[in-house]
Design a protein. Sequence first.
Length: 181
Amino acid sequence: MHPVIREFDGKALYAALDAKRQDEGLSWPGATTAIWDMARALNAARDARGLANHPMSPSTLQSLGRRGDTSCQHALFFLRWLGRTPESFLAGADLDAGAPLPACGPGRRPRWDLKALHAGLNLARTSRGVTWAQTAQDLGCRPGQLTSLKTARFATGMSLAMRITQWVGHPAADFIYLARW
């Protein structure tokens, strides 16, 4: 059984970000600051402990408009600011589609649990009796992009993450946790 996979519309996400930015009278740097400041207490605690915080740059948001994709981790920042679900940006989806992201205050940040995403994918793959190569073909990627999720140090693209959640049959929220790192 092959589930219907709808593509994540990164350009629609960009358009929603741009509309909110304009509605709030913000420049791209101002929007970036507003998004980053949603985890103000977490950022301050990390800064106080001398930990790297890696704030976003305006080009992170603007490249979404050019490329139509972004890392799955960055997408969570944007979705949180918009108050939207990842599924609400699937082609043809309603604005209220999908399970809501976990609520987090200024001391936490939503993050994809890539190990859990890999585990869910592997479980669905083995229950269907298909290989990694067949799964990758279904998802339009290379097998290594899927198997590397188990030990990923960096995020995968949001488009691939959302194809995986649909293939597995779970909402994105099932693979997202609240980080304090």
